[in-house]
Ligand binder design. Structure first.
Ligand SMILES: NC(=O)c1ccc[n+]([C@@H]2O[C@H](COP(=O)([O-])OP(=O)(O)OC[C@H]3O[C@@H](n4cnc5c(N)ncnc54)[C@H](OP(=O)(O)O)[C@@H]3O)[C@@H](O)[C@H]2O)c1
Length: 309
């Protein structure tokens, strides 16, 4: 296996002028870097984002650093993943003409105090998991995913190294119970995303989408704004030790771009920061739990049964 050090070298040589990419969380950190290098290689990059002002600022930076044609290939539209209505509106406005070839389910928050969204969901679970579930479900059901699409979901060490993370299915509901500790909401969302990957692959296996490849990636500790979402003490520690312990953003994005673009990546597999295959624990792969989480998500979002026939 050959994985380059940075996302830019990883995508080098790949002519992507006929490729449509969708990246969530493309206004910052890892998602921004994936969007940047793929647009540089010629891809049309869809950027659903919760702040159009932020997206405009990012495109302004792209315009200064690169040719303006590259920035023009990036297409931001409002989409707050924590709002189910916003994700529906975004998807309903998407063109059916150019199906998505690469899908990065990447956006995430990690240290948000417990709060409910206007629709009644726990905020972190909605932004990290439910919004992405709806995006994936509807892109497939509406026929906006290419038959050979590459999907990459950004997970974290919590799925394969944190013994306290688990699939908290009771949280997939309006007005959910209070978790034992709010700090587990983000890691639990990552476990649910891992289960979603396995269940999605099972559900498309007998359909015209059976060739889709879906990978999970743990980018490893990377110095992005994610680190700044922590408490004041965590932020101070991040600034002090961050540059020593964390990777640069282009290095953190490398395994994401590699998983989406390499012919070597195997579907259904979790790759680590260095492109090594990591074993997903049973809590992330158990088919029975995955099916329950999928059905709970459909029910919570009032979606019909997923059926590609
Ligand atoms: N950095 C690390 O060390 C690390 C390690 C393992 C895994 N990860 C994962 O990597 C992914 C990307 O994180 P990052 O490190 O690049 O952090 P980041 O710089 O904070 O980027 C997070 C992105 O998600 C977007 N986002 C947050 N809530 C959203 C919402 N409700 N709707 C739409 N977009 C939303 C943010 O938008 P705004 O720009 O508007 O804030 C931002 O673009 C996350 O899933 C994170 O869990 C990161």
């Amino acid at each position: 296996m050959c994985m380059h050090q940075t996302a830019l070298t990883d995508a080098e040589g790949s002519g992507l002028s006929q490729t449509t990419v969708l990246v969530t969380g493309a206004t910052s950190g890892l998602g921004r870097e994936c969007a940047r290098v793929l647009a540089l290689r010629g891809a049309r990059v869809l950027m659903p984002c919760r702040s159009l002002d932020e997206a405009k600022r990012v495109l302004g930076e792209f315009r200064i650093a690169h040719a303006s044609a590259m920035a023009e290939r990036c297409q931001p539209h409002p989409c707050d993943l924590s709002s189910i209505a916003s994700v529906h509106a975004y998807l309903d406005g998407l063109s059916r003409d150019a199906p998505i070839d690469m899908l990065f389910l990447n956006a995430g928050v990690f240290a948000v105090p417990r709060q409910l969204t206007d629709e009644g969901f726990e905020y972190t679970l909605a932004a990290n998991y439910l919004g992405h579930f709806l995006l994936l479900y509807k892109l497939a059901m509406l026929g906006i995913l290419s038959e050979n699409a590459r999907i990459v979901v950004t997970l974290s060490e919590s799925v394969h190294k944190n013994p306290f993370s688990r699939a908290d299915i009771a949280m997939i509901a309006k007005d959910p119970p209070k978790p034992a500790a709010q700090m587990f909401s983000s890691p639990n969302s990552k476990v649910l995303l891992a289960l979603m990957m396995g269940e999605f692959l099972r559900r498309i296996s007998n359909s015209n989408l059976h060739s889709i490849r879906f990978n999970a990636v743990d980018p490893g500790p990377t110095l992005t704004d994610n680190v700044n979402q922590g408490s004041r003490i965590q932020r101070m520690l991040g600034q002090l030790v961050g540059p020593i312990l964390f990777k640069k953003v282009d290095q953190g994005a490398a395994p994401l771009v590699w998983a989406a673009s390499s012919s070597e990546a195997k579907s259904g597999v979790l790759y680590t920061a260095i492109g090594k295959e990591a074993r997903l624990p049973k809590k992330c792969t158990d088919p029975e739990t995955a099916a329950r989480a999928w059905l709970a998500s459909e029910a919570a979002l009032d979606l019909p049964v997923f059926d590609l026939a």
